[in-house]
Design a protein around this ligand. Structure first.
Ligand code: GDP
Length: 501
């Protein structure tokens, strides 16, 4: 529905005659009561009257159907909530020991001779860790923890950008031999943007060239501070080689869960399941195999499940050890078969009562996805969400992702940006790093595209980054002159950044 002089007049309480005059002055065009007004102009005039104009695109019938379905199916009864295990992701720079740590944790937890052994069936698993009973001091209370083996922080943020929030705690691994590296900083930025709790594992402390103190100082510079320095981040020293500190890491996770996340780590196990697909693929003998994380309720063998645009009955279900199971409760990752098609990683899944419901919603999703993909092709650089009126309306914090060719430039530009002030909008450098603008930077921007600006200094965006940004509302700009970069950020702050021609 277009905005007209009449509807705008009603919305902002300005007489139509007065409004037409104001519009004439703004656009040098004549307006009747039913003339359409473009959003930018309407927003500008609304802002002058201190009114925030929000124009909602009309949703399609399919979108409404899916929304209604999801809202109803996700309703949980707060009376029935019980504690659930934390879901943990390990992130960090390549080679700093993510895989080794996960391996060590898993091996130490699987009893020798257990069926399935340590062959990894799915990229997610549960471990149980014993903690002390506060009354007897004995290690008797068993607490489960779920680990997700996501291949990197890109995957992590991609899931979040698509609305799938599966992680509660991010363990940031830093090798004491190398210290903080670019991907460490990225991982921290991603975890912060996702608003998950962070635990730091300083790994490889066994190595002769480990420098724990230097690594700690570098982490403090990223504003990761332990409690004795006024922060609330737990630091653990580990060696995935000797096993040193693994127990401490698991304790730290349970402490985090208890102290900072107790209210979030709740689920009702006695309702139909819903959760998120972690990965899925087609096999020749078993058909579609999907690893899903149950987030609420209990998934049972024979349940009718809808997953993205696919559905079916759960024909078989395996846990992380490859054992057949009949039910899976909250925070449990399971491998299921029975879906009619391959869903996307990060599609939501729901157990539903009727096959017809599943079929109906699956069809709506398919239609919605098809339409979304038709709308996708416009060049990145033409779209600039930070254009005049919009930023004046909504943005209170301008987030910046800064990439440059050298450490010196990053620091110089960051300093310049920090000098910029504006009474209503604050600037926050979400992430600053050396090298090309990558897919991961775009992922990060996608979590809040309307108020995030990606700027590159003497670097360009790589193909994967451009591909991901294509057709999405991302502000991405490249510069060779620091002055121009800073000036544009200033313009964005003031809401007068012009789109690139
Ligand atoms: P990822 O890329 O972060 O998953 O790192 P990996 O787990 O693959 O480890 C990279 C290398 O570092 C491998 O050669 C590991 O054996 C080694 N490594 C990992 N953790 C430790 C550790 O605690 N101490 C030592 N000395 N080496 C380690």
């Amino acid at each position: 529905l277009p905005i007209t002089v009449r509807s705008l007049s009603e919305a902002i309480g300005m007489k139509t005659g007065e409004l037409s005059k104001r519009l004439l002055k703004e656009t040098s065009q004549l307006y009747g009561n039913n003339s359409p007004v473009d959003f930018e102009t309407a927003a500008l005039i609304a802002v002058e009257k201190n009114i925030e104009l929000i124009v909602k695109r009309q949703k399609t019938a399919e979108e409404l159907l899916i929304e209604d379905f999801e809202r109803l199916t996700r309703e949980v009864d707060s009376e029935k909530l019980r504690p659930r295990p934390p879901v943990v992701t390990i992130m960090g720079h390549v080679d700093h020991g993510k895989t080794s740590l996960l391996d060590k944790i898993r091996r130490s937890n699987v009893a020798a001779g257990e069926v399935g052994g340590i062959t990894q069936v799915i990229r997610a698993w549960s471990v149980t860790h014993k903690i002390e009973d506060p009354e007897t001091g004995e290690k008797v209370i068993e607490r489960p923890i779920t680990f997700l083996d996501t291949p990197g922080h890109e995957a992590f943020t991609k899931m979040r950008a698509r609305g799938a929030n599966v992680t509660d705690i991010a363990v940031i691994v830093v090798a004491a031999t190398d210290g903080v590296m670019p991907q460490t900083e990225e991982a921290v930025a991603h975890a912060r943007a996702a608003d998950v709790r962070i635990i730091v594992a300083i790994n490889k402390v066994d190595a002769p060239n480990a420098n724990v103190d230097r690594t700690r100082r570098q982490l403090y510079n990223l504003e990761l501070l332990p409690d004795d320095m006024g922060g609330d981040i737990q630091f653990v020293e580990t060696s995935a080689l000797t096993g040193q500190g693994i127990d401490d890491l698991l304790n730290a996770i349970l402490i985090e869960a208890e102290i900072n996340l107790a209210d979030d780590l709740q689920a009702d196990p006695d309702r139909p399941a819903f959760g998120t697909c972690l990965e899925a693929y087609m096999t020749s003998d078993e058909g579609v195999m999907a690893t899903v994380l149950v987030q609420q309720g209990t998934l049972k063998l024979g349940d009718i499940v809808l997953c993205g645009a696919n559905f079916g009955r759960v024909r078989s279900m395996q846990n992380d050890l490859g054992l057949s199971i009949e039910e899976a409760g909250p925070s449990t990752p399971v491998l299921i078969t029975g879906l009619g098609g391959v869903p996307n990683a990060d599609d939501p899944f729901y157990a539903v009562d009727e096959l017809t419901t599943a079929a109906k919603i699956a069809e709506a999703r398919e239609k919605k996805d098809r339409e979304a993909s038709l709308n996708r092709f416009t060049a990145v650089k033409d779209i600039d969400m930070l254009s005049a009126a919009k930023s004046k309306l909504k943005i209170t914090e301008l987030k910046i992702i800064l990439k440059a060719e050298a450490r010196g430039s990053v620091e110089a530009i960051r300093k310049e940006l920090e000098k910029l002030t504006h009474e209503e909008v604050t600037t926050r450098v979400l992430h600053a790093g050396i090298g090309a603008i990558t897919e991961s930077d775009v992922q990060l921007a996608l979590t809040s595209p309307q108020d995030t600006l990606i700027v590159g200094f003497n670097v360009t965006a790589d193909d994967a980054a451009l591909k991901l940004a294509e057709g999405r509302e991302i502000s991405l700009r490249e510069y060779q002159i620091i002055y121009n970069l800073v000036d544009d950020v200033k313009a964005a702050l003031e809401g007068r950044l012009k789109p690139i021609e």
